[in-house]
Design a protein around this ligand. Sequence first.
Ligand code: PMP
Ligand code: GLN
Length: 391
Amino acid sequence: LMGDDDVPRATVFAEMSALAARTGAVNLGQGFPDVDGPASVAQAAADAIAAGANQYPPGPGIPALRSAIAEHQASHYGLRWDPDREVLVTAGATEALAATVLALAGPGDEVLTLEPFYDSYAAVVALAGATHTTAPLVATAEGFRLDLDALAAAFTPRTRLVLVNTPHNPTGTVLTRDELAAIARLAVEHDALVVTDEVYEHLVLDGSGATHVPIATLPGMAERTLTISSAGKTFSFTGWKIGWVTGPEPLVTAVRTVKQFLTYVNGAPFQPAVAFALRDPDVAAWVVELAHSLSRRRDLLCAGLEDAGFTVVRPQGTYFVLADAAPLGYADGAALCRDLPGLAGVVGVPVTAFTHAGSDVDRALRSWVRFTFVKRDEVLTQAVAGLHRLH
Ligand code: PMP
Ligand code: GLN
């Protein structure tokens, strides 16, 4: 596992943030906001500490948070889960993903993800001793889209889990109902379970024409799907690491069994604060405003990248944009990312950090770089000015 081609020793985000710190370049690599979430939510965490929420919380998460998560799934999506048996609080979506894959897949099983894929997927599939297979997202006039024939071909009798991610990191694609229905149909046909990473569920951008559809809402899917999300992206508190899993009791129980030996419990004072955030109408309005403001910042960065000579695929969601450096004469995005601080005073992440070395997607996206736009306008403007120097 350590240091093989697909699972590097240090995450690409740690490496690129260190590069930004060392060079003083603008960090558009790791996706984290440079403005914190609502003060009322931060105050709720401070109040919880003052009130003594400082010892181990209950294993599955505090009841108030589990109820708030269940209410969120019911009111936004009509998904009804019992907060006592079908909701589990985790140390961010990262632990939810790890515990889920470790609980449900092992040697001999295939875990199918989209490609490119969020980096931790490859690592946890390797930790589980399972085999990682992928279905490509392909650049089209409608953005990165799922190749439905390749998706069907990627399923085998050994496909145990399908790990979906929408809105998708790193492409910014929001999967359509048709794409999700194709995944659902194949999962049922192959009797595979579905795990869906929806951490960007509230970050669908203006003008994208997209709506977030949880795959668990498709007919017959609730019973075979575990849905994962977290507070980090929705409320701009990425360091709090409060995530959750919802789904049918036997599956959630399996995940809890693993979670208890990974972290046992986590984030005592943050749990009541996130429960407050999920229920407070002013915070809900703040989240809607965040999506609007991100849409504006996406436009700013996309226009700047295009002016600088990149080809850009406009993202429909998340806070990332993929840009192709080939028109500027750079064939290798990883090499460009190492030089980018010197050339442009900017740090980005090579898209090959999200691919299997040597795959079709890896070759197709060799010259592509991921940039985040969850930064203040002046930071994005400075980055764009630097990127113009690449001409
Ligand atoms: N899944 C995706 C697609 C992500 O982009 C991230 C990180 N930003 C995570 C999971 C991890 O989320 P958390 O910080 O809640 O662990
Ligand atoms: N999810 C964030 C990103 O894709 C980073 C999280 C991390 O550093 N693991 O940039």
